[in-house]
Design a protein around this ligand. Structure first.
Ligand code: BES
Ligand code: ZN
Length: 577
């Protein structure tokens, strides 16, 4: 018995699924997928195979005996197959539940077009099991083929290569193939009324028709980003890098689904100022999608490395000032997260212990920003050229593999003997909080923001500020400012109405903490527009922190809950109690 992932029943001493073929019929009326999956084993196999499932109704299994255990709260229900000797394929017929945790089903009214429904998946961290019975651990990479059957008026897209679209009466069968082995959390699809625009020969953006031109303008820089990323980390391995602009309820900023990154429409602000999220998801094509954390306890190896790579791409494209500003903002977010975890300091380590903990609940910026700082520290210790050469070796040594913190430590120690001790690596990896030798970042623009303190920028300076500078300045203002001061700032800069949600949210947090009730309509419009958890969490928390706004928080949640993604619903539910 060798279960290597606290969030999966997968056992690596058992036969491993080598590839799968998935057929799913999408029914918007009943909000179910009616599916069949062929699981292929590498060699004729026999004996027990434990799969992960969550809320699946198993109709039949051909080629093996099966036993579905009772569902566990985090893991879901183990599906135990017993293969007769010489089994190379098992076919499972099953249905998903309307509440499948990987899916959000949207009514037409929740889309930009308003006339067609929309469906999308979000499998990271452990939701793939609510779509397909699989060994749902990032260690268990699989290539797959899929056929999605959807209403003919709609289009299906996947994080896979499209093969064909065949109409049959009222439906259309859309076929895809993902020939590279992926961890199950990267299984992804969406169905809706979608149009596309080419951004370059190897990239296009998909979105609802009314959004697609604005999205194409916003993301025009993608090819330049790909060239920058390739100059740092070697050739792009996934052939295409397409983007799907999601409906506003998408709970994340972006999701690095292979060949088809999903992004929130909140990035489409008309000034290309939020495309660092795209750089981040692109960077995952190397850090994460090629070299994957072996399980959620090593999540920092995905996200810390990706933030490091994202900021290097930004540095190549926009210079060291942009790198320093974004790193400084990251540090502020990290300090706030560490403060919030005061009662669960274990979650502020890089290497975490998540037995019995849902990865969605453990999620925070800590693995992102503390991981980033640790890598920058190592970079400074050994010098950038040596560090980047190591990073390339690490990426090529573990291509299409899964890595643990122990692998990382062994690799660094092997290439740079003594360096781990010199940077006090144990404090970083297994200690709580941010060690005192964390690197800091200096830049003239950052210094200018810091020098202002609580003073407002002159009009000339304000005009040159990027959204990151605005957010940094707002975040550094004392909480509980006098309301008259807020009014004066608002009169000068109209930040509450900013089209850029990063600025609008930073402003709203400030105003809420000052108890300024005049910001409530804006807060309501923000939590009613975006389902991105990065915005929902501080806004609801900001409301709940003022006794006089608690009722507003509960009323907003009651009103908008149905719009939120199931993961966001439970996160906000916990906040508003
Ligand atoms: N892979 C993550 C999103 C994710 C993490 C989904 C864990 C589910 C579980 C993605 O790459 C990400 O980090 N997105 C960030 C982007 C930001 C750091 C630039 C986000 O959504 O805000
Ligand atoms: Zn990421």
């Amino acid at each position: 018995m060798a279960r290597l992932d606290p969030h999966s029943y997968a056992d690596d001493s058992q036969p491993q699924v080598a590839r799968f073929t998935w057929r799913a019929r999408v029914d918007f009326g009943s909000r179910t997928l009616t599916c069949e999956v062929d699981l292929h084993f590498a060699a004729p196999s026999q004996g027990v195979v434990d799969l992960d499932t969550r809320e699946l109704t198993i109709d039949s299994v051909s080629g093996a005996r099966f036993e579905l255990a009772a569902g566990e709260p985090i893991l879901g229900a183990r599906l135990r197959l017993t293969l007769p000797s010489g089994t190379s394929k098992v076919t499972i017929a099953y249905r998903t539940q309307p509440g499948a945790s990987a899916l959000q089903w949207l009514e037409p009214a929740q889309t930009a077009g308003g006339t067609q429904p929309f469906l999308f998946s979000q499998c990271q961290a452990i939701h793939a099991r609510s779509l397909v019975p699989l060994q749902d651990s990032p260690r268990c990479r699989v290539p797959y083929e899929a056929v999605l059957t959807v209403p003919r008026a709609l289009r299906a897209v996947m994080g896979a290569a499209p093969v064909s679209r065949v109409e049959e009466g009222e439906v259309v069968h859309e076929s895809f193939v993902m020939s590279q082995p992926i961890p199950p959390y990267l299984l992804a699809f969406a169905v809706g009324e979608l149009a596309s625009r080419d951004l370059s020969p190897r990239s296009r953006v998909w979105a609802e028709p009314s959004v697609v031109d604005a999205a194409a303008w916003e993301f025009a820089e993608v090819e330049a980003m790909m060239v920058a990323a390739e100059s740092l980390y070697g050739p792009y391995d996934w052939e295409r890098f397409d983007l799907l602009t999601m409906p506003p309820s998408f709970p994340y900023g972006g999701m690095e689904n292979p060949r088809l990154t999903f992004v929130t429409p909140a990035l489409v602000v008309g000034d290309r100022s939020l495309v660092d999220v795209v750089a981040h998801e692109l960077a995952h094509s190397w850090t994460g999608n090629l070299v994957t954390n072996a399980n959620a306890e090593h999540f920092w190896l995905n996200e810390g490395f990706t933030v490091y790579a994202e900021r290097r791409i930004i540095e190549v494209l926009h210079g060291v000032e942009a790198h320093a500003l974004s790193s400084a903002l990251g540090r502020r977010e990290l300090d706030a997260a560490v403060a919030q975890f005061a009662s669960a300091p274990g979650l502020t380590r890089l290497r975490t212990e998540l037995n019995g903990i849902d990865p969605d609940e453990a999620f925070s910026v800590v693995p992102y920003e503390k991981g980033f700082l640790f890598l920058c520290l190592l970079e400074r210790q050994v010098g950038r050229p040596a560090f980047e050469a190591w990073l390339k070796r690490w990426l090529s040594a573990h291509r299409f593999g899964a890595v643990t913190t122990e692998d990382f430590l062994a690799s660094v120690e092997g290439d740079f003997p003594g360096v781990l001790a010199a940077v006090r690596a144990p404090e970083w990896v297994d200690g709580a909080g941010v060690p005192s030798n964390a690197p800091s970042f200096s830049s003239a623009r950052l210094a200018a923001v810091e020098a202002l303190g609580s003073t407002a920028p002159e009009a000339e300076l304000a005009k040159r500020w990027s959204p990151t500078e605005w957010v940094l300045w707002l975040d550094r203002l004392p909480r509980s400012l006098p309301v008259e001061m807020l009014r004066a700032l608002e009169a000068r800069f109209s930040l509450s109405g900013s089209k850029n949600p990063e600025i609008a949210v930073a402003w709203a947090r400030l105003a809420l903490s000052a108890g300024d009730a005049s910001v409530l309509p804006r807060v309501e419009s923000l939590v009613g527009t975006y389902g991105r958890m990065k915005y929902l969490k501080p806004l609801y928390a900001g409301l709940m922190a003022r006794p006089e706004f608690v009722q507003v928080a509960r009323a907003c949640f009651g009103k908008f809950k149905a719009r939120y993604h199931p993961i966001a619903q439970s996160v906000v539910a916990r906040l508003v109690g």
